[in-house]
Write a protein that binds this ligand. Structure first.
Ligand code: IPE
Ligand code: IPE
Ligand code: MG
Length: 239
């Protein structure tokens, strides 16, 4: 049985590792930040395409814990782009029923930007068309370490620690695991992205750089996903 788009199943939660902005810019003789700007402009159309195809949650990875090690000018530029994008796009995102959430650490961002992010989350908290999780200053290992620290601080007994409890201590507490993780720019690695949550996600790697990833590429990813059999360790007749 396929839906009106020819898909047999649609992932509830899609996560995208938005990679290749720098190479996209270099290809055009532009500074890396121009690639980051183009990449940021690409989020809206991909988000809208997700809505159209019936995806209910989109996570986009915009800045990793490791990205702090990049040249200061690039780091500052990426933080500025986040701030400007919230200013520019929040009213429209809100009007379009997008719920915004943040995944990662907020405390290392400028105070004003932290407030801006919190405001965006509060403002859009009741929107239901699609949820957009922005992973900024996100790293999977840091997330796990923080979870362990908080579990110990809470005095949780060892025998109470199970997968469900541990999940509640992650940044993604209460969110469903990603069903499909897309990585652009052709790199075959997680780079420390959702290493707990994506344990059973389907991966889709596409060679195009993020600013060139459009509706058609998204459709191909969804089509590929819809043809896969997720077995979760079982065998076919069980699934
Ligand atoms: C992804 O693009 C965005 C961030 C990591 C902030 P890159 O900046 O990693 O682009 P490439 O990989 O250098 O092409
Ligand atoms: C991963 O891309 C981080 C984001 C897309 C935000 P990177 O470009 O930082 O990853 P590596 O360094 O190629 O593994
Ligand atoms: Mg990269």
């Amino acid at each position: 049985m396929t839906n009106e788009h020819g898909l047999t199943k649609v992932p509830y939660h899609v996560a995208i590792i938005m990679d290749g902005n720098g190479r996209w810019a270099r290809q055009r003789g532009l500074p890396r930040l121009a690639g980051h700007r183009a990449g940021t402009e690409n989020i809206r159309p991909v988000l809208e395409a997700c809505v159209e195809y019936g995806v209910k949650m989109l996570t986009i990875w915009a800045f990793s814990t490791e990205n702090w090690g990049r040249p200061e000018q690039e780091v500052r530029g990426l933080i500025r782009i986040l701030s400007e994008t919230i200013d520019r796009q929040l009213p429209e995102l809100h009007a379009n029923g997008v719920r915004l959430q943040h995944i990662g650490r907020l405390d290392r961002l400028p105070k004003k930007l932290q407030d801006k992010v919190r405001h965006a989350i509060d403002l859009t908290a009741n929107n239901e068309r699609i949820t957009l999780n922005v992973a900024f200053d996100y790293g999977g290992r840091a997330e796990i370490i923080q979870a362990v620290q908080r579990i110990i601080r809470d005095g949780v007994a060892p025998e109470q620690v199970d997968e469900a409890l541990f999940s509640q201590y992650l940044y993604t507490a209460g969110l469903p695991d990603p069903d499909l993780v897309i990585r652009t720019s052709g790199e075959f690695r997680t780079s420390n992205f959702m290493i707990w949550q994506a344990a059973y996600a389907e991966y889709y790697i596409v060679p195009v750089y993020w600013p060139d990833f459009g509706k058609e590429e998204l459709y191909q990813a969804l089509l590929d996903y819809s043809r896969r059999e997720r077995r979760f360790g079982l065998i076919t007749p069980q699934t």
